[in-house]
Design a protein around this ligand. Structure first.
Ligand code: ADP
Ligand code: MG
Length: 719
C-alpha cells in the first residue's frame, strides 16, 4: 500500500480517545448552560434596573438601541467579559460567504497619562466598521467606498468564545453598506420577521386577541454532518479544495445494511459530540438530540427550537464549533451536502412555526372550535405562501452542493410540494366539499383537527420524501442544505406566509364587513384557499419518476440546477414582492442574485481544477503503474485482457478529460454570468461526472499498492 494511505490507516487505528479530565466525570447541563453568554439572567444581575428594562423593551419591539443605554450596557458587558478573562471583542456576523466573520480588537487603549487601560464604549458595542471590501456584495459596495458597517443585533445574546490561549467577546451583528443595503444573511431575516409579525398580528386581532404584541417565527434546525479521520482528509485534495470527493469507487459495503442509522455511537465520536455539546451549552445553545444518521460516518444534532434569528446565529455557531472541536479529536467535520457519492447526502431540516408573544404556537391545533378556525387560517397561509413562492424558496436553497441532492434522485426533490398527512387532508377535503356555514360545520372540522397531533406525527416518518411536511404542530422544510446559513430560506418562508396572511386578513374583513360571522368568513376563505393550493399538496412518494410528470401537469416548478433556481430571484414580480415585503430592495435582489451565481461559478470551477489535478497526480500515475505490472506479468490471457481493458479505460479517461477541458474553457470564455452558469450546469457538471466514472473504474482495476488516494471504504468505515 502507498506510504500515505498506510500512514493514515496507522494513525487512525492508533488514535486514543480524547477525554477531558474536567469532563470525564460528567458535567451537568445546567452547570455549563449559558455561562459564556450575556443572557437575560446575566443582564438582570449586571445592569441597572432601568437600563435592563429598557434593553428588554428594545429587543421585544425589535428596535435599535439608544446611545445612552448602549453606554451602560457596554460598560456592564465589558466588566463581565474582563472578569471572565476576555482580552478582545469583535462584531460577529454572517456575510454572504455562508460562514461567519469576525475581526478582533483588543480592549486595550491608553488613558491621558499614557497608561494602558481596557475600554469598550457604547459606540463600539453598537457599531463597527470592518474594512470589508473583500466580502461578496454583488456590486452593492464598490471597493472605493468599502465602508460597510456592522451593527449589534440586541435580540441575539452576546457571547464569549474560548480559545486555546484566551477568550474573545463576540457581539452578534448585522452587516450593512454605508447606504443601508443588506450585505449579510441576517438582515433580510430580521426584516422578514417584522413583515410576518405585522401580518400575523392582523389575523390575531380579528380573532379578538388584543394582547399579543408580536409574532415570531420559531425554528429548530436539524443539522446533518459527516465525520472522517483528519489523516484521510489530508490525503484527499478534493475534500480539501471542495468539501466533497470528486472521485471514489463504491466500497464493498455502503449503507445497504442500514446498520448505522440510530446505531450505538462509537466512543471516539461520542467524545467529540460530548465536547462540542459542552462548548455549545456554554454558549447557551440548547442542543437536545444526537444520533447516527443513515450513511456510514454520518450524524445529526438538533437543538430545542428558538426564535428564528437566534436559531440562525446558533446554527452558525453549531457548525463552527463542531468543525473546531472535530480537529481537536483528529476528525474533520464535513458539512457539504454531498461529500460521498452513493450514500446519503446531508441536509438541514428546518422545523418552523409561528409563536405569539405569549409563546402560543399558532400552528398547534386548538382545543376549541374558535382556536381551530385560527389554526386553519395559519395553516392555509403557509400552504398558500409555499405554493405561490415555491420558486423563491427553491432559490434560497440553491447551491452547487445542494444540486447533488435536489437535482439528483435523492431526498428531497427539486419540486417544492407540501405534505399534510392523512388527517389534515381529510379535514381539508371535507371543507372543500362545502361544509357550509353554521356552528355544526365548525364543530365537525374542529373534531377532525383535534384528533390531529399524535396521528400526524406518526405519519411524518412514513413520508420522509417530502421537501415540506406538516409534522403535527409545525412544518419541516427539508430541502435546506447542510452547509448553508438558514437565514435566507427562513426569511423567504416568513414573507411568503406573511403575504398570504395579509390577503386572508383583507378577505376576512371584507366578508365580515358585509355581515358574515367570523366563522363563516373563515370557512369560506379557507375553502377557497384549499382549492387554490391543491396543486402543491402531495402525499405520495416524492422520489418516484411519476411525480415529476404529475408535478409538471400540476404546473409546479422543477428547477433542477442552481442557475435555473436562482433566476427565480430576479423575476420582475418576485423582485417587486420582496421590495414590498421590505426584505430586499430591487437592487438588493439583483446583488444577492449575483453573489449566489458567482459563488456557483467559483464552486464548479474549483471542482474542475481539483478533479483534473487528481487525474494527473493520482489516477493516471496509479493506472500506469498497474499497466507496467501487467506488462511484466507474462503472456497469460488474463494479464493481456486486463491490460487491454485498462488501456481502454485510460484512453477513455484522457478523452473525457479533454472534453471536460473544452467545455470548461467554453464556459470560461462566455461573457455573461448567466450563460456561463448554464453551461457549467448543463455541460461541465455532466463532463465531470463522466471523468469520475472512468476514474472509479480505474480505481477498481488497480492494485492496492498503487492506489494513492484513501478509499471510500477507509474514509467511511475507519474511525
Ligand atoms: P418530530 O419528532 O416531529 O420530528 P421533534 O420534537 O423531534 O419533532 O422536533 C424536531 C425539531 O423541531 C426540534 O429541533 C424541535 O425543537 C423543533 N420544534 C418543535 N416544535 C417546534 C416549533 N413549534 N417551532 C419550531 N421548531 C419546533
Ligand atoms: Mg432528521
Amino acid at each position: 500500500m502507498p506510504e500515505g494511505r498506510l500512514w493514515a490507516i496507522r494513525e487512525v487505528t492508533s488514535r486514543s480517545i480524547r477525554s477531558l479530565p474536567e469532563m470525564s466525570g460528567g458535567v451537568g447541563v445546567l452547570d455549563a448552560f449559558g455561562v459564556n453568554t450575556f443572557n437575560a439572567e446575566t443582564m438582570r444581575q449586571k445592569l441597572p434596573k432601568a437600563v435592563y428594562h429598557s434593553l428588554l423593551e428594545t429587543v421585544r419591539r425589535g428596535e435599535r438601541l439608544e446611545a445612552s443605554i448602549a453606554n451602560e450596557v457596554a460598560h456592564a458587558v465589558k466588566e463581565w467579559a474582563l472578569a471572565k478573562g476576555a482580552t478582545h471583542f469583535c462584531h460577529w456576523f454572517q456575510p454572504q460567504t455562508g460562514l461567519t466573520a469576525e475581526k478582533h480588537d483588543a480592549f486595550l487603549t491608553f488613558d491621558e497619562q499614557g497608561s494602558p487601560m481596557e475600554r469598550f464604549s457604547g459606540a463600539q458595542l453598537i457599531q463597527s466598521e470592518p474594512d470589508a471590501s473583500s466580502f461578496p456584495s454583488g456590486g452593492m459596495r464598490t471597493t472605493f467606498e468599502a465602508r460597510g458597517y456592522t451593527a449589534w443585533d440586541p435580540s441575539s445574546p452576546i457571547f464569549i468564545v474560548d480559545g486555546p490561549n484566551g477568550k474573545t467577546l463576540c457581539v452578534p451583528s448585522v452587516f450593512i453598506s454605508y447606504h443601508g443595503d443588506a450585505l449579510d444573511n441576517k438582515t433580510p431575516l430580521l426584516r422578514s420577521m417584522e413583515y410576518l409579525s405585522e401580518r400575523a398580528l392582523g389575523i390575531l386581532r380579528l380573532f379578538g386577541d388584543q394582547a399579543s404584541s408580536r409574532v415570531v417565527p420559531t425554528l429548530g434546525p436539524e443539522q446533518e454532518y459527516f465525520l472522517i479521520d483528519r489523516a484521510f482528509h489530508a490525503l484527499r485534495p478534493d475534500l480539501v479544495a471542495s468539501g466533497r470527493t470528486l472521485v471514489g469507487a463504491k466500497p464493498p459495503k455502503g449503507q445497504e445494511l442500514e446498520d448505522h442509522y440510530f446505531g450505538s455511537i462509537k466512543d471516539r465520536i461520542l467524545a467529540f459530540m460530548q465536547e462540542s455539546e459542552n462548548e455549545l451549552y456554554k454558549l447557551g445553545i440548547p442542543i437536545k438530540t444526537r444520533h447516527n444518521e443513515v450513511a456510514p460516518s454520518q450524524y445529526e444534532t438538533a437543538p430545542i427550537f428558538e426564535e428564528a434569528n437566534v436559531a440562525s446565529d446558533h446554527n452558525q455557531m453549531v457548525m463552527e464549533t463542531m468543525s473546531r472541536v472535530a480537529r481537536r479529536h483528529n476528525l474533520t467535520c464535513l458539512l457539504h451536502e454531498k461529500p460521498f457519492a452513493g450514500v446519503n447526502g446531508s441536509g438541514k431540516h428546518c422545523n418552523w412555526s409561528m409563536s405569539d408573544s405569549e409563546g402560543r404556537n399558532l400552528l398547534e391545533p386548538g382545543a376549541t372550535p374558535e382556536e381551530n378556525l385560527q389554526f386553519l387560517v395559519f395553516l392555509m397561509a403557509t400552504l398558500k405562501g409555499v405554493h405561490r413562492r415555491a420558486g423563491l424558496l427553491r432559490a434560497a436553497i440553491a447551491s452547487s452542493g445542494n444540486d447533488h441532492r435536489l437535482g439528483a434522485n435523492e431526498a428531497p426533490p427539486a419540486i417544492i410540494s407540501v405534505f399534510l398527512g392523512e388527517q389534515l387532508t381529510r379535514v381539508l377535503d371535507a371543507l372543500e366539499k362545502g361544509e357550509k356555514g353554521g356552528a355544526a360545520a365548525v364543530e365537525r372540522i374542529s373534531l377532525g383537527i383535534r384528533k390531529l397531533p399524535e396521528v400526524a406525527r406518526d405519519n411524518t416518518d412514513r413520508n420522509r420524501t417530502s421537501p415540506f411536511a406538516f409534522t403535527g404542530n409545525k412544518f419541516e422544510f427539508r430541502a435546506v442544505s447542510s452547509g448553508q446559513s438558514i437565514s435566507l430560506p427562513v426569511a423567504f418562508l416568513n414573507v411568503a406566509v406573511g403575504e398570504a396572511l395579509e390577503e386572508f386578513e383583507g378577505a376576512l374583513k371584507a366578508r365580515v364587513g358585509k355581515g358574515a360571522s367570523l366563522a363563516d368568513a373563515v370557512l369560506e376563505v379557507v375553502r377557497e384557499a384549499v382549492g387554490e393550493t391543491k396543486a402543491v399538496r402531495f402525499e405520495g412518494n416524492n422520489y418516484a419518476a411519476e411525480w415529476v410528470d404529475e408535478a409538471k401537469r400540476r404546473g409546479l416548478l422543477n428547477l433542477r440546477t442552481t442557475p435555473e433556481a436562482l433566476a427565480e430571484l430576479v423575476k420582475p414580480e418576485t423582485r417587486s414582492f420582496l421590495a414590498r415585503a421590505k426584505v430586499f430592495s430591487e437592487a438588493e435582489s439583483d446583488a444577492r442574485y449575483h453573489v449566489k451565481l458567482e459563488r456557483y461559478l467559483k464552486d464548479i470551477e474549483v471542482e474542475v481544477e481539483a478533479l483534473v489535478d487528481i487525474v494527473q497526480a493520482h489516477v493516471l500515475p496509479s493506472a500506469f503503474k498497474q499497466l507496467a505490472l501487467l506488462a511484466g506479468a507474462g503472456a497469460s490471457r488474463t494479464a493481456k485482457d486486463a491490460r487491454s481493458r485498462l488501456e481502454a479505460v485510460v484512453d477513455e479517461l484522457s478523452d473525457r478529460v479533454g472534453s471536460l477541458h473544452s467545455v470548461a474553457e467554453r464556459a470560461a470564455g462566455e461573457g455573461s454570468l448567466e450563460k456561463r452558469a448554464h453551461l457549467l450546469a448543463q455541460e461541465t457538471v455532466p463532463a465531470m461526472a463522466a471523468v469520475r466514472e472512468a476514474c472509479d473504474r480505474i480505481e477498481e482495476s488497480v492494485a492496492d499498492e498503487f492506489w494513492t488516494l484513501p478509499k471510500y471504504g477507509e474514509m467511511l468505515f475507519l474511525v
